[in-house]
Design a protein around this ligand. Structure first.
Ligand SMILES: [Zn+2]
Length: 371
């Protein structure tokens, strides 16, 4: 069965936004509306299979140098490096982990079955309250979901579009007939359920670095959900996400080593760079071009996903003992103020990786390697 957005609904949203734009007096708000219109146009491109020119968040355009410069702006001097280093300290735990490069197992399930499985996941793994929220959302937004086959030219398996102006949410699921289908739909639905429209993610702010916590949390929960019925698929997903985490940390090692290898005259010293990488027991890039490539990679995004992976792993451990409490903490993390410091927010909400030497990550890597 085909599951599609309603084209006329999207066109109506665009028309409504254009009207709002014409009567808006604040330049800042006009820009926000224009940005939102672009996002709807991107959705239409997806439907018509046209080349998309999706707007990119300011945060996602910055390289490591720039993120480092402004990350902890208005808080402590150069605390930014602390966060990068903090994540990098987990490298010795994941360094020995190797994912086998074999192809992902094909799963056979149609769209209807996929939705059914996901709904029983939501019912069993969230709270009655959250499940009810999902049912209400679905009832009020019958065309929120678009599912299509895709070979991931864009590099992602799903996307949640959040319209902060008209307060609407849409989900795109790009199916590949692998475990990604089973995990991506819960992941995107958690974005739907845990974004209460109170923050524009277009701005570079602390809260940007928490918006994947619910996504990663959904990944851990879905992997757990499928462990009984589809153990191989579940393990494949766990290994892939751990391996993605490892790649992200490696990028941060390259980035922070590069920054350290620049002396106060801003001159890069290769010897120093290689020495730092040796210290971390990390592979040395084969060329300057490769280093440059890492330095220009999307650092805000890398930190966002790496941080979320660790935070949600801690949350998952809390969930095993007390699901209600874990969801309560997730709400606290997501609805806190954007001016607040992200590490403070996490600490306040029982996230401990930054203080306990990555205890949960260590146990998780061991568990996966045993299987
Ligand atoms: Zn996500």
């Amino acid at each position: 069965m085909k599951i599609n957005w309603d084209i006329s609904e999207i066109r109506n949203n665009i028309a409504e936004l254009k009207h709002l734009q014409s009567i808006e007096t604040s330049l800042e708000k006009q820009e926000a509306i224009a940005w939102q219109i672009q996002k709807y146009q991107d959705m239409l491109c997806t439907i018509y299979r046209k080349q998309s020119n999706a707007p990119i968040l300011d945060t996602e355009k910055m390289n490591l140098d720039e993120v480092a410069d402004i990350f902890f702006e208005n808080t402590f001097l150069k605390k930014d490096y602390f966060l990068i280093d903090l994540l990098v300290y987990s490298w010795p735990i994941i360094q020995p982990f190797h994912e086998d490069e074999s192809e992902l197992t094909t799963i056979i399930c149609n769209n209807q079955q996929l939705i059914q499985k996901t709904e029983s996941f939501l019912k069993k793994y969230t709270t009655p309250n959250i499940y009810q929220q999902y049912l209400t959302f679905k009832q009020q937004n019958p065309h929120y979901l678009q599912i299509k086959k895709d070979n991931w030219d864009l590099g992602y398996s799903g996307l949640t579009y959040i319209d902060y102006i008209l307060k609407k949410k849409y989900v795109l699921l790009l199916r590949s007939n692998t475990f990604y289908d089973l995990v991506t739909l819960p992941h995107e639905l958690f974005h739907v359920l845990f974004d209460d429209f109170n923050h524009y993610l277009t701005l570079h702010n602390q809260i940007y670095y928490s918006h994947e916590v619910e996504g990663s949390f959904a990944n851990f929960l879905a992997i757990d959900f499928y462990e009984q019925t589809l153990p191989e698929i579940s393990l494949e997903a766990a290994k892939t996400f751990l391996s993605n985490y490892k790649d992200n940390i490696y990028s941060l090692i390259i980035g922070s080593s590069y920054l350290q290898a620049i002396n106060f005259k801003k001159q890069f010293r290769l010897n120093k760079f290689n020495k730092i990488l040796n210290f971390w027991n990390a592979p040395i890039p084969t060329s300057i071009a490769e280093i440059k490539n890492y330095m220009s990679s999307n650092c805000g995004k890398i930190i966002n996903y790496a941080l979320s992976y660790l935070a949600s792993l801690d949350l998952f451990e809390i969930y095993k003992k007390d699901p209600e409490f874990a969801f309560y903490l997730l709400g606290n993390i997501r609805y806190s103020l954007k001016e607040d410091n992200i590490l403070k927010i996490l600490r306040r909400n029982h996230i401990t990786f930054m203080d306990d030497n990555f205890t949960n990550l260590k146990a998780y890597v061991k568990k996966i390697e045993r299987q």
